[in-house]
Design a protein around this ligand. Structure first.
Ligand code: ZN
Ligand code: ZN
Length: 400
Protein backbone atom coordinates (compact mmCIF):
# COMPACT_ATOMS: atom_id res chain seq x y z
CA UNK A 1 0.00 0.00 0.00
CA UNK A 2 1.41 3.38 -0.96
CA UNK A 3 1.86 6.23 1.48
CA UNK A 4 -0.81 8.16 -0.43
CA UNK A 5 -3.49 5.50 -0.03
CA UNK A 6 -2.60 5.11 3.66
CA UNK A 7 -3.25 8.82 4.16
CA UNK A 8 -6.50 8.60 2.21
CA UNK A 9 -7.74 5.73 4.39
CA UNK A 10 -6.95 7.59 7.59
CA UNK A 11 -10.13 8.59 9.51
CA UNK A 12 -10.82 12.27 10.17
CA UNK A 13 -9.36 13.98 13.24
CA UNK A 14 -12.81 14.34 14.81
CA UNK A 15 -13.54 10.66 14.30
CA UNK A 16 -10.18 9.67 15.80
CA UNK A 17 -10.84 11.86 18.85
CA UNK A 18 -14.31 10.32 19.23
CA UNK A 19 -12.85 6.81 19.00
CA UNK A 20 -10.19 7.61 21.60
CA UNK A 21 -12.84 8.97 23.97
CA UNK A 22 -14.90 5.76 23.72
CA UNK A 23 -11.68 3.79 24.28
CA UNK A 24 -11.17 5.55 27.61
CA UNK A 25 -14.11 3.50 28.83
CA UNK A 26 -14.14 0.48 26.49
CA UNK A 27 -10.54 -0.59 25.91
CA UNK A 28 -11.63 -3.18 23.31
CA UNK A 29 -13.47 -0.67 21.10
CA UNK A 30 -11.55 -0.67 17.86
CA UNK A 31 -13.45 0.20 14.62
CA UNK A 32 -10.55 -0.67 12.30
CA UNK A 33 -9.83 -3.97 14.07
CA UNK A 34 -7.09 -4.71 16.60
CA UNK A 35 -4.88 -6.57 14.08
CA UNK A 36 -4.68 -3.54 11.81
CA UNK A 37 -4.11 -1.27 14.78
CA UNK A 38 -1.19 -3.36 16.06
CA UNK A 39 0.45 -3.16 12.63
CA UNK A 40 0.56 0.64 12.64
CA UNK A 41 3.90 2.36 13.21
CA UNK A 42 4.56 3.60 16.73
CA UNK A 43 2.79 6.90 17.36
CA UNK A 44 1.63 8.59 20.56
CA UNK A 45 -2.19 8.80 20.74
CA UNK A 46 -2.54 12.03 22.71
CA UNK A 47 -6.30 11.91 23.22
CA UNK A 48 -6.24 8.27 24.26
CA UNK A 49 -3.45 8.85 26.80
CA UNK A 50 -5.01 11.95 28.35
CA UNK A 51 -6.02 10.05 31.55
CA UNK A 52 -2.35 9.05 31.85
CA UNK A 53 -1.29 12.69 31.46
CA UNK A 54 -3.88 13.71 34.08
CA UNK A 55 -2.46 11.06 36.43
CA UNK A 56 0.92 12.81 36.29
CA UNK A 57 -0.54 16.33 36.36
CA UNK A 58 -2.63 15.40 39.42
CA UNK A 59 0.59 15.32 41.46
CA UNK A 60 0.71 19.11 41.08
CA UNK A 61 -2.41 19.22 43.23
CA UNK A 62 -0.05 19.13 46.20
CA UNK A 63 0.32 22.90 45.73
CA UNK A 64 -3.30 23.27 46.78
CA UNK A 65 -3.78 20.46 49.30
CA UNK A 66 -0.47 20.48 51.19
CA UNK A 67 0.61 17.41 53.06
CA UNK A 68 0.18 15.50 56.31
CA UNK A 69 2.02 12.55 57.77
CA UNK A 70 -1.05 10.43 57.32
CA UNK A 71 -1.44 11.24 53.61
CA UNK A 72 2.27 10.69 52.88
CA UNK A 73 2.21 7.41 54.85
CA UNK A 74 -0.85 6.30 52.87
CA UNK A 75 0.96 7.09 49.61
CA UNK A 76 3.95 4.95 50.63
CA UNK A 77 1.75 2.12 51.87
CA UNK A 78 -0.37 2.14 48.71
CA UNK A 79 2.79 2.19 46.57
CA UNK A 80 4.08 -1.04 48.09
CA UNK A 81 0.68 -2.72 48.42
CA UNK A 82 0.14 -2.12 44.72
CA UNK A 83 3.72 -2.87 43.67
CA UNK A 84 2.99 -6.25 45.20
CA UNK A 85 -0.07 -6.41 42.93
CA UNK A 86 2.03 -5.59 39.86
CA UNK A 87 4.73 -8.14 40.63
CA UNK A 88 2.89 -10.83 42.56
CA UNK A 89 -0.36 -10.67 40.58
CA UNK A 90 -0.06 -9.17 37.09
CA UNK A 91 3.43 -10.58 36.61
CA UNK A 92 3.84 -13.79 38.56
CA UNK A 93 0.23 -14.93 38.34
CA UNK A 94 -1.43 -13.65 35.16
CA UNK A 95 1.66 -13.45 32.95
CA UNK A 96 3.50 -16.57 34.09
CA UNK A 97 1.05 -18.65 36.14
CA UNK A 98 3.72 -19.41 38.73
CA UNK A 99 1.11 -20.39 41.33
CA UNK A 100 -2.56 -21.34 41.52
CA UNK A 101 -5.72 -20.01 43.13
CA UNK A 102 -9.50 -20.56 42.93
CA UNK A 103 -11.65 -18.86 40.31
CA UNK A 104 -12.99 -16.37 42.83
CA UNK A 105 -9.43 -15.91 44.12
CA UNK A 106 -8.32 -15.16 40.57
CA UNK A 107 -11.06 -12.55 40.22
CA UNK A 108 -10.08 -10.87 43.50
CA UNK A 109 -6.44 -10.86 42.37
CA UNK A 110 -7.50 -9.19 39.11
CA UNK A 111 -9.39 -6.48 41.03
CA UNK A 112 -6.38 -5.87 43.26
CA UNK A 113 -4.23 -5.71 40.10
CA UNK A 114 -6.67 -3.19 38.60
CA UNK A 115 -5.96 -0.71 41.42
CA UNK A 116 -2.44 -0.31 39.99
CA UNK A 117 -3.94 1.61 37.02
CA UNK A 118 -1.73 -0.38 34.66
CA UNK A 119 -4.64 -1.41 32.41
CA UNK A 120 -6.30 -4.81 32.51
CA UNK A 121 -4.77 -8.14 33.55
CA UNK A 122 -4.99 -9.63 30.05
CA UNK A 123 -3.48 -6.57 28.39
CA UNK A 124 -0.62 -6.67 30.89
CA UNK A 125 -0.05 -10.42 30.52
CA UNK A 126 -0.21 -10.29 26.70
CA UNK A 127 2.40 -7.54 26.50
CA UNK A 128 4.61 -9.16 29.05
CA UNK A 129 4.55 -12.58 27.35
CA UNK A 130 5.33 -10.83 24.09
CA UNK A 131 8.32 -9.19 25.80
CA UNK A 132 9.66 -12.60 26.84
CA UNK A 133 9.26 -13.96 23.32
CA UNK A 134 10.98 -11.02 21.69
CA UNK A 135 13.13 -9.65 24.48
CA UNK A 136 15.50 -7.03 23.09
CA UNK A 137 14.81 -7.94 19.46
CA UNK A 138 13.17 -5.54 17.01
CA UNK A 139 9.63 -6.68 17.93
CA UNK A 140 10.08 -6.00 21.65
CA UNK A 141 7.70 -3.09 22.39
CA UNK A 142 9.88 -1.72 25.20
CA UNK A 143 13.50 -2.65 24.66
CA UNK A 144 15.84 0.22 25.59
CA UNK A 145 18.36 -1.23 23.13
CA UNK A 146 15.95 -1.05 20.19
CA UNK A 147 13.85 2.02 21.02
CA UNK A 148 16.01 4.02 23.43
CA UNK A 149 15.57 4.65 27.14
CA UNK A 150 12.56 6.98 27.20
CA UNK A 151 10.50 4.97 24.74
CA UNK A 152 11.15 1.78 26.73
CA UNK A 153 10.29 3.57 29.97
CA UNK A 154 7.16 5.53 29.06
CA UNK A 155 6.78 6.05 25.30
CA UNK A 156 5.64 2.55 24.35
CA UNK A 157 2.61 2.64 26.66
CA UNK A 158 1.33 5.80 24.92
CA UNK A 159 1.63 4.30 21.44
CA UNK A 160 -1.66 3.61 19.67
CA UNK A 161 -0.54 0.21 18.36
CA UNK A 162 0.14 -1.04 21.88
CA UNK A 163 -3.40 -0.45 23.18
CA UNK A 164 -5.30 -3.53 21.94
CA UNK A 165 -5.05 -6.80 23.81
CA UNK A 166 -4.26 -9.79 21.59
CA UNK A 167 -6.63 -12.27 23.20
CA UNK A 168 -5.23 -15.12 21.08
CA UNK A 169 -2.01 -14.86 23.07
CA UNK A 170 -3.73 -15.14 26.45
CA UNK A 171 -6.30 -17.85 25.71
CA UNK A 172 -5.76 -19.41 29.13
CA UNK A 173 -7.07 -16.15 30.68
CA UNK A 174 -9.56 -15.12 27.99
CA UNK A 175 -11.76 -18.14 28.77
CA UNK A 176 -12.90 -16.38 31.95
CA UNK A 177 -15.58 -13.76 31.06
CA UNK A 178 -15.12 -11.93 34.37
CA UNK A 179 -11.43 -11.33 33.52
CA UNK A 180 -12.30 -10.21 29.98
CA UNK A 181 -14.85 -7.78 31.48
CA UNK A 182 -12.25 -6.26 33.85
CA UNK A 183 -9.79 -6.07 30.97
CA UNK A 184 -12.24 -4.44 28.58
CA UNK A 185 -13.53 -1.88 31.06
CA UNK A 186 -10.18 -1.35 32.73
CA UNK A 187 -11.16 2.12 33.94
CA UNK A 188 -13.76 0.83 36.44
CA UNK A 189 -11.43 -0.40 39.19
CA UNK A 190 -9.15 2.68 39.14
CA UNK A 191 -12.16 5.05 39.32
CA UNK A 192 -13.68 3.11 42.23
CA UNK A 193 -10.29 2.99 43.93
CA UNK A 194 -9.70 6.74 43.58
CA UNK A 195 -13.24 7.43 44.83
CA UNK A 196 -12.70 5.19 47.86
CA UNK A 197 -9.46 7.02 48.74
CA UNK A 198 -11.25 10.34 48.44
CA UNK A 199 -14.09 9.01 50.62
CA UNK A 200 -11.67 7.85 53.30
CA UNK A 201 -10.09 11.33 53.31
CA UNK A 202 -13.51 12.99 53.69
CA UNK A 203 -14.39 10.63 56.56
CA UNK A 204 -11.07 11.24 58.32
CA UNK A 205 -11.48 14.99 58.00
CA UNK A 206 -14.87 14.71 59.72
CA UNK A 207 -14.11 12.06 62.35
CA UNK A 208 -10.34 12.37 62.94
CA UNK A 209 -9.46 16.02 62.25
CA UNK A 210 -6.27 15.58 64.30
CA UNK A 211 -4.74 13.72 61.36
CA UNK A 212 -4.83 16.93 59.34
CA UNK A 213 -5.94 15.32 56.11
CA UNK A 214 -8.88 15.74 53.74
CA UNK A 215 -10.52 14.05 50.76
CA UNK A 216 -8.59 16.13 48.24
CA UNK A 217 -5.28 15.63 50.06
CA UNK A 218 -5.74 11.87 50.23
CA UNK A 219 -6.66 11.80 46.54
CA UNK A 220 -3.49 13.68 45.57
CA UNK A 221 -1.12 11.65 47.77
CA UNK A 222 -2.82 8.25 47.93
CA UNK A 223 -3.88 8.13 44.30
CA UNK A 224 -2.02 10.59 42.04
CA UNK A 225 1.43 10.58 43.67
CA UNK A 226 1.42 6.95 44.68
CA UNK A 227 0.14 5.69 41.30
CA UNK A 228 2.55 7.84 39.30
CA UNK A 229 5.48 6.58 41.40
CA UNK A 230 4.16 3.06 40.98
CA UNK A 231 4.12 3.45 37.21
CA UNK A 232 7.71 4.70 37.09
CA UNK A 233 8.91 2.05 39.57
CA UNK A 234 7.36 -0.65 37.40
CA UNK A 235 8.71 0.91 34.22
CA UNK A 236 12.23 0.73 35.59
CA UNK A 237 12.03 -3.02 34.96
CA UNK A 238 11.34 -2.40 31.27
CA UNK A 239 14.04 0.22 30.93
CA UNK A 240 16.69 0.01 33.68
CA UNK A 241 16.60 -3.76 34.23
CA UNK A 242 17.86 -4.22 30.67
CA UNK A 243 20.65 -1.68 31.20
CA UNK A 244 21.81 -1.61 34.82
CA UNK A 245 23.18 -4.46 36.93
CA UNK A 246 24.93 -7.77 36.45
CA UNK A 247 24.28 -10.61 34.06
CA UNK A 248 24.66 -13.95 35.77
CA UNK A 249 23.01 -15.97 33.01
CA UNK A 250 23.91 -15.64 29.34
CA UNK A 251 20.34 -15.13 28.13
CA UNK A 252 19.43 -14.11 24.56
CA UNK A 253 18.64 -10.59 25.79
CA UNK A 254 20.38 -7.97 27.92
CA UNK A 255 18.40 -8.55 31.13
CA UNK A 256 20.25 -7.82 34.37
CA UNK A 257 20.12 -8.42 38.11
CA UNK A 258 20.03 -5.32 40.28
CA UNK A 259 19.75 -5.20 44.06
CA UNK A 260 18.50 -1.59 44.03
CA UNK A 261 15.75 -2.34 41.50
CA UNK A 262 14.83 -5.37 43.58
CA UNK A 263 14.14 -3.14 46.56
CA UNK A 264 12.15 -0.59 44.56
CA UNK A 265 10.18 -3.29 42.74
CA UNK A 266 9.89 -5.90 45.49
CA UNK A 267 12.12 -8.55 43.95
CA UNK A 268 11.58 -7.87 40.24
CA UNK A 269 15.11 -6.49 39.98
CA UNK A 270 16.44 -10.07 39.69
CA UNK A 271 15.44 -9.71 36.08
CA UNK A 272 18.28 -11.72 34.52
CA UNK A 273 17.32 -14.65 36.76
CA UNK A 274 13.73 -14.24 35.62
CA UNK A 275 14.61 -14.15 31.92
CA UNK A 276 16.62 -17.34 32.41
CA UNK A 277 13.72 -19.16 34.07
CA UNK A 278 10.41 -17.36 34.02
CA UNK A 279 8.04 -19.94 35.46
CA UNK A 280 9.36 -19.93 39.04
CA UNK A 281 7.35 -18.14 41.74
CA UNK A 282 10.51 -16.52 43.04
CA UNK A 283 12.79 -14.19 41.12
CA UNK A 284 15.50 -14.10 43.78
CA UNK A 285 16.95 -17.55 43.13
CA UNK A 286 19.28 -17.76 46.16
CA UNK A 287 18.64 -16.95 49.80
CA UNK A 288 20.68 -13.73 49.66
CA UNK A 289 18.64 -12.33 46.77
CA UNK A 290 15.91 -10.42 48.61
CA UNK A 291 12.55 -11.00 46.94
CA UNK A 292 9.81 -9.35 49.00
CA UNK A 293 7.08 -10.33 46.54
CA UNK A 294 7.94 -13.97 47.09
CA UNK A 295 7.87 -13.57 50.87
CA UNK A 296 4.46 -11.86 50.58
CA UNK A 297 3.11 -14.63 48.34
CA UNK A 298 4.45 -17.20 50.79
CA UNK A 299 2.54 -15.55 53.64
CA UNK A 300 -0.58 -15.38 51.48
CA UNK A 301 -0.25 -19.11 50.79
CA UNK A 302 -0.46 -19.82 54.53
CA UNK A 303 -4.07 -18.56 54.43
CA UNK A 304 -4.94 -21.08 51.70
CA UNK A 305 -5.80 -18.28 49.24
CA UNK A 306 -3.05 -19.33 46.81
CA UNK A 307 -1.03 -22.52 46.39
CA UNK A 308 1.03 -24.62 43.98
CA UNK A 309 4.22 -22.55 43.92
CA UNK A 310 6.73 -23.46 41.22
CA UNK A 311 10.35 -23.89 42.21
CA UNK A 312 13.51 -22.99 40.34
CA UNK A 313 14.85 -26.27 38.86
CA UNK A 314 18.07 -27.57 40.42
CA UNK A 315 19.86 -27.48 37.06
CA UNK A 316 19.15 -23.74 36.72
CA UNK A 317 20.42 -23.07 40.27
CA UNK A 318 23.59 -25.05 39.51
CA UNK A 319 24.04 -23.22 36.23
CA UNK A 320 23.82 -19.94 38.16
CA UNK A 321 26.44 -21.06 40.66
CA UNK A 322 28.79 -22.14 37.86
CA UNK A 323 28.32 -18.74 36.23
CA UNK A 324 29.18 -17.05 39.55
CA UNK A 325 32.40 -19.10 39.74
CA UNK A 326 33.30 -18.18 36.18
CA UNK A 327 32.73 -14.51 36.98
CA UNK A 328 34.99 -14.86 40.04
CA UNK A 329 37.72 -16.39 37.90
CA UNK A 330 37.37 -13.65 35.29
CA UNK A 331 37.47 -10.96 38.01
CA UNK A 332 40.55 -12.59 39.55
CA UNK A 333 42.29 -12.66 36.17
CA UNK A 334 41.40 -9.01 35.57
CA UNK A 335 42.66 -8.15 39.04
CA UNK A 336 45.96 -9.93 38.32
CA UNK A 337 46.33 -7.82 35.21
CA UNK A 338 45.64 -4.58 37.08
CA UNK A 339 47.76 -5.40 40.16
CA UNK A 340 50.52 -7.26 38.37
CA UNK A 341 53.19 -6.00 40.80
CA UNK A 342 51.21 -6.33 44.00
CA UNK A 343 51.09 -9.18 46.48
CA UNK A 344 47.78 -10.17 44.92
CA UNK A 345 49.90 -11.68 42.16
CA UNK A 346 50.65 -14.64 44.41
CA UNK A 347 47.14 -14.95 45.88
CA UNK A 348 45.08 -14.63 42.70
CA UNK A 349 46.41 -17.68 40.79
CA UNK A 350 45.68 -19.84 43.82
CA UNK A 351 42.16 -18.43 44.13
CA UNK A 352 41.67 -18.89 40.40
CA UNK A 353 42.87 -22.49 40.57
CA UNK A 354 40.46 -23.20 43.43
CA UNK A 355 37.61 -21.55 41.55
CA UNK A 356 38.34 -23.51 38.37
CA UNK A 357 38.40 -26.70 40.42
CA UNK A 358 35.02 -25.82 41.89
CA UNK A 359 33.58 -25.03 38.44
CA UNK A 360 34.73 -28.35 37.04
CA UNK A 361 33.40 -30.21 40.05
CA UNK A 362 30.00 -28.53 39.67
CA UNK A 363 29.95 -29.35 35.95
CA UNK A 364 30.82 -32.97 36.66
CA UNK A 365 27.71 -33.25 38.83
CA UNK A 366 25.43 -31.23 36.58
CA UNK A 367 22.77 -33.11 34.61
CA UNK A 368 23.87 -33.98 31.09
CA UNK A 369 20.59 -33.23 29.30
CA UNK A 370 20.62 -30.01 27.28
CA UNK A 371 18.80 -27.02 28.70
CA UNK A 372 15.69 -25.64 27.09
CA UNK A 373 15.70 -22.21 25.49
CA UNK A 374 16.28 -19.29 27.85
CA UNK A 375 13.24 -17.57 26.41
CA UNK A 376 10.19 -19.76 26.64
CA UNK A 377 7.55 -19.43 24.02
CA UNK A 378 4.38 -19.71 26.02
CA UNK A 379 2.94 -20.69 29.33
CA UNK A 380 1.79 -24.11 28.14
CA UNK A 381 5.38 -24.95 27.29
CA UNK A 382 6.47 -23.78 30.72
CA UNK A 383 3.96 -25.99 32.45
CA UNK A 384 5.02 -28.93 30.29
CA UNK A 385 8.66 -28.23 31.09
CA UNK A 386 7.93 -28.11 34.80
CA UNK A 387 6.10 -31.40 34.60
CA UNK A 388 9.01 -32.87 32.63
CA UNK A 389 11.39 -31.68 35.36
CA UNK A 390 9.33 -33.46 37.97
CA UNK A 391 9.21 -36.64 35.87
CA UNK A 392 12.97 -36.53 35.30
CA UNK A 393 13.58 -35.94 39.00
CA UNK A 394 11.32 -38.87 39.87
CA UNK A 395 12.96 -41.20 37.36
CA UNK A 396 16.44 -40.19 38.56
CA UNK A 397 15.58 -41.06 42.12
CA UNK A 398 17.54 -44.13 43.22
CA UNK A 399 15.53 -47.26 43.93
CA UNK A 400 15.01 -47.80 47.61
ZN1 ZN B 1 12.80 -8.05 30.53
ZN1 ZN C 1 8.20 -12.03 33.18
Amino acid sequence: MSAESTTAARPSLLRRIGTALVQWVDADYCPEGPVKMRQEPDKVDWVRVMPFVVLHAGCLGVIFVGWSWFAVGAAVFLYFARMFAVTGIYHRYFSHKTYSTSRIGQFLLAVWGGTTVQRGPLWWAYHHRHHHKHSDDEHDAHSPHVHGFWWSHIGWITSRRNFPTDYSQVKDLAKFPELVFLNRFDIIVPVLFATAIFGVGVALEAFAPGLGTSGAQMLVWGFFFSTTALFHGTSCINSMAHLMGKRRFKTDDDSRNSFILSLICLGEGWHNNHHRYQSATRNGFYWWEIDLTYYGLKMLSWTGFIWGFKAVPKRVLEEGMRAEHENTVAAAAASEHVHARSSLKKVVPTAAALAVGAVNAAQAEAPKKPDGPAIHKDVTELVAENDADKTTAASNRPEA
